[in-house]
Design a protein around this ligand. Structure first.
Ligand SMILES: C[S@@+](CC[C@H](N)C(=O)[O-])C[C@H]1O[C@@H](n2cnc3c(N)ncnc32)[C@H](O)[C@@H]1O
Length: 273
């Protein structure tokens, strides 16, 4: 694989989609519950009840689709994403249409949707402004968009234990994510500017704090089935087992629920075309 700096934007998006496909089940089980409550609050700020056509841009495993459908029972809700594995899981939650496409280049007619949701997607995109321009194009005049993206993330202290022990054991690093454009939209001012640049009239823009407390066993399984697990596999089985034991020992010595708490700050916004 080419070094990250030499990849085109399209290649970066393709790699990211493949990573999501590989981890779709883990994402759905362990990460979706962290961010879904914020997505749900965003929905409550959008005029969905009378909408008849809604698009969930970067729908992922479809965590928000049933909630959107509940808020707009008569609407056709289209979920789009570039990851086949994520869409496979979305299909289990949603009877409406789903489509595999890049959110920076929507293969959809203009002036069509009443509302669009863009939850936890912009920070992933090489060109977040292109996604917003595309959403603006496919919305009808007067249609609404709701977005939420990261301002800051504070992973649980237990992650550091995993990272330190894996590094000490000589495990390979896993480069993540393919693209990180979080700095383009990590404050209300930047979000407002991106929305205006795409032709929207910004509405409410606010920040919220997010907290998620994992059960110790869930956090352990999440690590094992995601990046830490991949790193562990780069070690011999003997070294991997010893490393895992050191992680367990340190976590139980440190004890306390605080080491499994994720905290974050998010920027939410609504705007109108
Ligand atoms: C953090 S998940 C959020 C999923 C969902 N919106 C939610 O709130 O649960 C980000 C999603 O964006 C998708 N994504 C990232 N870049 C994309 C692109 N260029 N085109 C389409 N989908 C993309 C990923 O495949 C992933 O499913």
């Amino acid at each position: 694989m080419k070094p990250a700096g030499q990849l085109t934007a399209d290649e970066q998006s393709a790699i990211l989609a493949e990573r999501y496909t590989l981890r779709a089940e883990v994402y759905d089980a362990f990460w979706s519950p962290v961010i879904r409550p914020v997505g749900e609050r965003l929905l409550s700020h959008l005029p969905l009840s009378r909408a008849t056509k809604i698009i969930d841009v970067g729908t992922g495993a479809g965590a928000l689709l049933p909630l959107i459908q509940k808020a707009a029972p008569k609407a056709t809700v289209l979920g789009v994403d570039r990851s086949e594995g994520m869409l496979r899981l979305a299909k289990q939650k949603h009877t409406g249409p789903l489509a595999l496409m890049d959110v920076q280049k929507l293969d959809l007619p203009g002036d069509h949707f009443d509302a669009a949701v863009v939850a936890f997607v912009l920070f992933h995109l090489p060109f977040p402004e292109r996604c917003l321009q595309e959403v603006q194009r496919v919305l009808r005049t007067g249609g609404s968009i709701g977005t939420v993206t990261w301002a800051a993330e504070f992973p649980p202290p237990a992650n550091t234990v995993w990272d330190e022990e894996l590094a000490a054991a000589g495990a390979n690093l896993v480069e993540l994510p393919a693209t990180d454009s979080a700095a383009r939209s990590d404050s209300p001012e930047k979000m407002a500017s991106l929305l205006k640049q795409a032709g929207f009239i910004p509405g409410e823009i606010w920040t919220e704090s997010l907290e998620h407390r994992w059960q110790a066993k869930d956090h352990f399984e999440y690590q094992l089935r995601s990046t830490s697990g991949v790193r562990l596999q780069s070690l011999s089985s003997e070294d991997g087992a010893a490393c895992l034991q050191r992680v367990r020992d340190r976590l139980s010595r440190q004890g306390g629920d605080e080491q499994y708490v994720f905290r974050g700050e998010v920027v939410l916004a609504t705007a109108v075309k």
